[in-house]
Design a protein around this ligand. Structure first.
Ligand SMILES: Nc1ncnc2c1ncn2[C@@H]1O[C@H](COP(=O)(O)OP(=O)(O)OP(=O)(O)O)[C@@H](O)[C@H]1O
Ligand SMILES: [Mg+2]
Length: 258
């Protein structure tokens, strides 16, 4: 397991994420378990594994164990809850968030965008704000888009069993989805992604839930609820949401572009 070697800074945002250099020579954005945000890290983990399986543009991530002796050297870290495991996402340097880029001429990985939107609907990610995408400049001609911050999938960073079992089935208000939709060329792409999500082996989803670290205190019942919610949503709900999105968001944008 990679080990931390230097603390850099605290990043903006309610997760109080920290930028830390590890002994593989790379910088990671590290999120600690925070009371009151009890499901944030489990959400990050589940979303990361599934996004990775789907080949979505999510920064490489891993579970880490920052030793107490390291955290205690820095006031910013020593004030965080010292649970054993943290979630570390590889820092994508020299990029912008969606607020910092006022006009996007083109997206170099536009073939991933329908997948990202469908993923957000599947996971019930209500937090795909402009700050939760990263845009990397390709010589001013286009940007490569990355997705970050999945602390609020399942509609909340502190969902309860009752809440995850009855997630909203509504169109997500997201200016970022609108921007992404404008670069998707063919609505057929949504249908292809739907099929891919529906074919993810259930054993994989179960394994991802089982691998949520013990010290994040997700009960066995809650792990089962994660799996059953994902399975139910992809089978019974996702197609409806997708068709609503296509009709209400995707088609109007493209009709206006013609
Ligand atoms: N992998 C990454 N590469 C580069 N920058 C990142 C990465 N992950 C996070 N960041 C930066 O750190 C900030 C905080 O991270 P993140 O959005 O995951 O947490 P947050 O505190 O929950 O944010 P929010 O305020 O949206 O709830 C991001 O807005 C982004 O600027
Ligand atoms: Mg964020």
């Amino acid at each position: 397991m990679i080990q931390p070697i230097a603390y850099k800074k605290t990043l903006e945002g309610k997760s109080r994420a920290h930028l830390i250099t590890f002994d593989d020579g790379r910088d990671y954005v590290v999120k600690y378990f925070q009371p009151g945000f009890d499901k944030a890290l489990a959400n990050e983990w589940v979303a990361y594994c599934l996004a990775r399986y789907l080949g979505l543009p999510i920064p490489f991530a891993q579970l880490v164990e920052i030793p107490q002796e390291f955290s205690s050297q820095y006031p910013e870290l020593s004030q965080m809850a010292q649970s054993k495991t943290q979630f570390a996402s590889l820092y994508v340097p020299d990029c912008y968030d969606g607020h910092q880029v006022t006009s996007v001429p083109a997206i170099s990985n536009k073939e991933s965008l329908a997948g990202v939107i469908l993923f957000d609907y599947w996971m019930c990610n209500r937090d795909r704000t402009r700050k939760n995408i990263i845009l990397c400049d390709n010589a001013g001609e286009s940007y490569r888009l990355w997705i970050i911050d999945h602390a609020e999938v399942f509609a909340s960073y502190n969902w309860t069993l009752q809440e995850i079992e009855s997630l909203p089935i509504t169109i997500l208000k997201s200016a970022t989805h609108q921007i992404m939709a404008s670069f998707i060329e063919n609505e057929q792409e949504f249908y292809e992604q739907l099929e891919i999500i529906q074919e993810i082996p259930i054993h994989l989803i179960e394994e991802i839930a089982a691998l949520i670290p013990e010290d994040w205190q997700v009960t066995n019942e809650e792990r089962k609820a994660i799996v059953s919610t994902l399975v139910t949503r992809r089978k019974k709900i996702l197609r409806k949401l997708m068709e609503r999105f296509i009709k209400r968001v995707f088609q109007p944008i493209h009709q206006n572009q013609e």
